[in-house]
Design a protein around this ligand. Structure first.
Ligand SMILES: [Zn+2]
Length: 129
């Protein structure tokens, strides 16, 4: 008699999965797993993919969508600056930030520092908003 493979437990409720399912015992558990349980890194990777797709869509769209894409970039600039300030405040060095993003600490400081291009752009936008 062939050995029956142990059924893996449902990752949501822990019940054994039926033979034709590997991760979830039911559609209800599969839906639960998809519902808002993304980690920050999954969320950010998804956002990066969405932004790339948005660029591909807008290249064939109109100027209003182009303007929306530029506003998305401005929001991203502000988010990056806020993240940089927070990370710096928590003790990360420019070298740390540079290494994480594949550049030097000096380049990171010039790009994201208080006197850098991004900070000046965001400050200018916030002043005119
Ligand atoms: Zn389940």
């Amino acid at each position: 008699m062939a050995a029956t493979r142990p059924r893996p437990p449902c990752t949501i409720c822990g019940e054994p999965c039926p033979p034709f399912r590997r991760s979830y015992c039911s559609d209800a558990c599969a839906r639960k797993s998809r519902r808002g349980k993304k980690t920050d890194s999954q969320y950010l990777e998804g956002l990066a993919r969405q932004m790339a797709r948005a660029g591909a869509r807008v290249e064939n769209a109109d100027l209003e969508d182009f303007a929306r894409l530029v506003r998305a970039q401005e929001a991203l600039d502000s988010a990056i600056l806020r993240a940089v300030r927070g990370l710096r405040g928590n003790g990360f060095t420019w070298a740390d930030l540079g290494e994480a993003t594949g550049t030097t600490g000096q380049a990171a400081g010039q790009k994201w520092g208080e006197l850098g291009f991004l900070a000046r752009q965001v400050a200018k936008r916030e002043a005119s908003a």
